[in-house]
Design a protein around this ligand. Structure first.
Ligand code: HEC
Ligand code: HEC
Ligand code: HEC
Ligand code: HEC
Length: 208
């Protein structure tokens, strides 16, 4: 913002020299030139997805906790194949979807490649790899370097997400056709569709 203000005052100085006719031109210029700068300043930074094979370079093996092998054994890694089951075909019929594994309506939550959208936005990712690390931890293009990863604050500035319940609820919500509002028991004896402490426990052994 300060940079923008400086540029504006520079131009204002110039304008004073050029006379009032030019001021009007200058104002028009402001509208054209400065609008994109303001839009850029407000837009969140965007990073690209790199895929679980990249995370494997460091997070496979005991040293950092082997999160990759642990993930391979959770349903998230198989979320694409679940779309090929008879159950998936059945729940798709009402939505007029014949092939759930090819439908963006399903892939937006069942694969990181679609990244919560109805388009395959992560070009290099395979839909077969299902819900990968970056669906929860954010796109890794800029944080996946040791120098960055070692400092949590740096990594967060470069897009690393430390997931919370809210992250899970981007997918675990009633928009899923198999959503069961009474799926999980709570300690109070109620039933809810997604009880975070229970679910997180199910995948909490995130490292070995
Ligand atoms: C070049 C090696 C390397 C790659 C590639 C890499 N990481 Fe890391 N990661 C590290 C190191 C080193 C740490 C820090 C470990 C520590 O401090 O205990 C770390 C820490 C983390 C943390 C914990 C952050 C915290 O402080 O709580 C997360 C989450 C993480 N990595 C996710 C990923 C994901 C997802 C990918 C793939 C997109 C990835 N990493 C790729 C090396 C790597
Ligand atoms: C990108 C979407 C997405 C996000 C984000 C997500 N999940 Fe999931 N999750 C799924 C899908 C899809 C399945 C079903 C996988 C299958 O069975 O093929 C699933 C399945 C699960 C299961 C297995 C349930 C069972 O009955 O076996 C658990 C546990 C789970 N998720 C926990 C979590 C937690 C905890 C978080 C947040 C930290 C989370 N999920 C974030 C999409 C997501
Ligand atoms: C809003 C995100 C979202 C969308 C969209 C979505 N799913 Fe899911 N799906 C999930 C989650 C999350 C789970 C895991 C359910 C759980 O553990 O509570 C899941 C689980 C499933 C399961 C396994 C049964 C079960 O409930 O565990 C099937 C089958 C399935 N989805 C089919 C589909 C089909 C077919 C489509 C497209 C028509 C689709 N899903 C669209 C998020 C979604
Ligand atoms: C379903 C969501 C989800 C997926 C998928 C996922 N993580 Fe995590 N991860 C979490 C959560 C939640 C935490 C705990 C955050 C906290 O500290 O509060 C975590 C913590 C971590 C940590 C910190 C140390 C630890 O193990 O607790 C690392 C490193 C990490 N994840 C790497 C990965 C890698 C690599 C992958 C892919 C192979 C991956 N994660 C996939 C949700 C996920």
């Amino acid at each position: 913002m300060t940079e923008e203000r400086n540029i504006k005052s520079e131009i204002n100085k110039d304008l004073k020299g050029w006379g009032s006719g030019l001021i009007i031109l200058g104002i028009i210029h402001f509208a054209v030139i400065f609008q994109p700068i303001e839009v850029l300043a407000r837009a969140p930074m965007r990073f690209n997805y790199v895929g679980v094979e990249m995370c494997k370079l460091c997070h496979k093996g005991k040293e950092l906790g082997n999160q990759c092998d642990v993930w391979t054994n959770t349903p998230h890694s198989k979320a694409f194949y679940t779309l090929g089951t008879p159950e998936a075909k059945e729940v798709s019929l009402t939505a007029d979807i014949k092939y759930p594994q090819q439908s963006n309506k399903c892939l937006r939550c069942h694969s990181t490649a679609y990244a919560f959208t109805e388009e395959k936005v992560a070009e290099d990712l395979q839909v077969e790899d299902g819900v990968q690390c970056e669906s929860c931890h954010g796109p890794g293009e800029e944080y996946m370097y040791v120098e960055v990863m070692e400092n949590k604050e740096d990594a967060k500035a470069m897009g690393l997400v430390i997931p919370t319940e809210e992250t899970c609820r981007k997918c675990h919500n009633p928009e899923c056709p198999t959503w069961d509002p009474e799926r999980d028991p709570t300690p109070e004896g109620k039933r809810v569709g997604f009880y975070f402490p229970l679910r997180w426990k199910m995948i909490e052994n995130h490292k070995q």
